[in-house]
Structures are given as C-alpha cells and as structure tokens.
Design a protein around this ligand. Structure first.
Ligand SMILES: Cc1ncc(COP(=O)(O)O)c(C=O)c1O
Length: 394
C-alpha cells in the first residue's frame, strides 16, 4: 500500500442536519407526528418540484410501487414487464397484486429495459411495464411509451434512483402513468424511510389514499377538529372502509425531514454531478475499467457511480483493504431463490453484464479528496495487476 494515509470512504451518506432537526422540533411542538399536515405540505412541494398534478406520500417506494399497480385493478394472473437487473421491490409489486413479473433483459447502456427483448417477450397477457431509471440513468422513456401506448399497456416508472432530472425535456416520473420515488436513507434525498407516488391523473392515484391508510377514506388529522366542534353532529368519528387497506402512509416526522431535504435537493444533485465528473476525469487513462453508464452528469441526476471491471472480486478486496466501501447493484433478480419460478434463462445480457459491475462511493458529502483517493486506488490497482487488468470487459 502507498504511504498515503488510509481513509475510510463510505458508499452512501445521508445529508441531514439542523434544518431537518428544526422541522422535526416543530412537529414535536405541535404534538402531531403521524399522518398529518406536514405530509400534505410535503406532497404539495413534491408535486411542484416534479411538475405533476397529483402526489401521495407513503412510507417507502416499495409501498408506492405496490399501490401504483393496485390503482389499475388488473385481473389476477396478468403479466408485468420488469427489467432483470433491479431491486426486489420492482418485481414484488406485481406479485403483491397477484400478477406475474415478466423479466426483460437489460440494455447494456441504460441497464434498464432492452427494447427489443421487451417487444419479443410481449404477449396479450402483459398489462403493464415498469421501467427502472437504474442508478439515475434514464430508461428510454420515449420509446417505451410509444410501445406501451401502441399495445394499450400501463406504465409505472420506478424512480427510486433519481429525483428531479428530465429526460428529453420531460421530468422523470411524469412519462408513465404513475411515477414512484424513494426517500430511503441512502437515496438522492431522504426522509429516513419514505416514498411518493406521482401522476397527472388525480382520479387514478387519489383513491389510493384510502388504501395507504388501512382503507379509511378520511385523514384522521382532518377529522379530529370535529371531535369537539359543537356544530358537527355525533358522527364526527365516522369513516367508510370500502377498499383493501395497508398501513403505508408517510408520517409527519418523515415529512418534516423531507421538507428540509427538498430544499437541499438541487444542491445535493449538483454536488453528485460534480463528483461524477471528477471520477470520469480521474478515470481517464485507465485501460481495464470503464464507467458503468455513458454518464451525462449535466443532464441526469445520478445516484450510482459505478464501473465495469472483469476481475470484480479482486478489485473489491483491494479497495476494501484501503477503506473504500463498494457494492454491486444488482445481481439479476431471476437468479435470486424467490424469483426462480419466473426465471426462464432468457436474460443473457443481464446474466453476463452484472458480473463486472462495481458501485463506488457517491453521495453529496463525499469530498474531492475522498474521490481522488478512490481514483488513485483504481490507478494503483491497475498498475499492480497488469495481467488481470488485461481481462476483457464488455
Ligand atoms: C430500483 C428500486 N426500486 C425500489 C426500491 C424500494 O425503495 P424503498 O426502500 O423506498 O422501499 C429501491 C430501493 O433501494 C430500488 O433500488
């Protein structure tokens, strides 16, 4: 190892501080921390930020993806197209809804749905497509929407890895019928855990507010005023349960954090973009490693900075020894034990390409010094491992 001081470089770090604490304190002072006015306010600010008509705050993107598909009430057993490389929640959403995930191979550039494979695998049983904006790199939404509209399919965008970027001049999350965002602690912005469903069709997603709140058609915080209001009759406590409900609501503590984070989001996105550019510049001259995507940091909001390298495990160990955290996003889902029954061994690109993928540290608190430390480690690895470094990558 070089004589440089060893650093400890984390993969993802939430950027939270005094502003979030001040907002939480306000909720404590008001003594309302459950589903309440802050959730309402955060939903409104998110709508304005994304530029859409309707938004529903949830406790996760997993819940958002579940309810997004539930909104269409598809007949049981129908199929939903999902890219083979994604987080489990994308493929669980159809299963929660008694639908079948249909794994589509990935495009080697976007690591999202491969258009040709999507067309090849289409049958009359397919009712929806779930494009994932993998790592923040946009799926080819114009083409996916053309295909979906031609076949009469619904589209739910999984935007868990990006927040606020546009694709071909239109905000990501507004291309499909519904977009789902994640505010889990490691994501582009956080509420601890949290998610949001957005749409331009209010009639499509606002009924899901009951499904997120154990089937109850009225928000408790709006009803409580009636508990003591003399003008209201004795039925102020009444609500209807007409749908299958889940306990999926966002709460005011999470929304308090979100209201501070949404103000910081443009700055955090900018910082990540600068880091991506620094990595790309630093990687110039490396022969055996290449960036995970054709990164365009001026256009897209990235959550993952990754590389391809043939001897992945070897490099991961080398970086680990230098205090540099890494990960792999993701092993193809059909290879996971639970998803075996949907594995038709027909996603060859995903099965090959994931074996060279490594995720490197990227978050808005990463310093230039830390980025340079990671880049130096990549260069020194390549120098020390010439024979291995000559192995080919796609
Ligand atoms: C692509 C993708 N979709 C959905 C989710 C689920 O998000 P959440 O943790 O908010 O439920 C994740 C989480 O990592 C993800 O990576």
């Amino acid at each position: 190892m070089s004589d440089k001081k060893k650093m400890n470089v984390r993969l993802f770090v939430p950027n939270v501080g005094q502003e979030e604490l001040d907002n939480i304190k306000d909720s404590f002072d008001k003594a309302w921390i459950g589903l309440g006015p802050k959730v309402n306010q955060f939903e409104q600010e998110w709508r304005e930020y994304i530029g859409c008509k309707a938004s529903v705050g949830l406790n996760s993107a997993t819940a958002a993806l579940h309810l997004a598909l539930a909104a269409f009430n598809f007949p049981e057993g129908k199929k939903v197209m999902v890219p083979a490389i994604t987080f489990a929640s994308t493929a669980f959403a159809p299963i929660y809804n008694r639908l079948e995930p249909l794994f589509v191979d990935v495009d080697p550039e976007t690591l999202s749905l491969d258009l040709e494979d999507m067309e090849r695998k289409y049958t009359k049983d397919v009712v929806a497509i779930m494009p994932v904006h993998m790592g923040g790199h946009p799926a080819q939404m114009d083409k996916i929407m053309d295909f979906a509209r031609a076949k009469g399919l619904k589209v739910v965008e999984d935007c868990a890895h990006t927040a606020g970027a546009s694709y071909k001049g239109k905000k990501i999350g507004t291309w499909g019928d519904i977009g789902c965002f994640s505010f889990e602690e490691k994501k582009a912005m956080t509420t601890g855990d949290g998610g949001m469903m957005v749409s331009d069709d209010e009639d499509l997603i606002y009924p899901m507010k009951a499904n997120r709140w154990v089937g109850i058609d009225k928000d408790t915080w709006k009803r409580v005023g009636g508990y003591t209001d003399k003008a209201v009759d004795a039925r102020h406590w009444h609500y209807d349960i007409a749908v299958l409900g889940y306990k999926y609501n966002m709460n005011d503590l999470a929304a308090s954090i979100g209201l501070a984070q949404i103000k910081k989001l443009p700055g955090m996105n900018q910082r990540r973009a600068d880091i991506v550019k620094r990595y790309l510049k630093g990687m110039e001259g490396l022969k055996s490693m290449k960036p995970l995507f054709p990164y365009n940091a001026d256009e897209n909001n990235y959550w993952i900075f990754g590389i391809h390298y043939a001897e992945r495990d070897d490099l991961i160990l080398y970086l680990k020894a230098r205090g540099i955290a890494t990960s792999v996003h993701y092993m193809p889902l059909p290879q996971q034990p639970y998803f075996q029954r949907w594995n038709n061994n027909d996603t060859p690109v995903a099965d090959k390409i994931w074996q060279t993928m490594i995720t490197l540290p990227l978050h808005s608190r990463l310093t230039d010094e830390e980025v340079d430390y990671v880049v130096d480690a990549l260069h020194s690895y390549e120098k020390e491992n010439q024979p291995k470094a000559n192995a080919t990558i796609e």
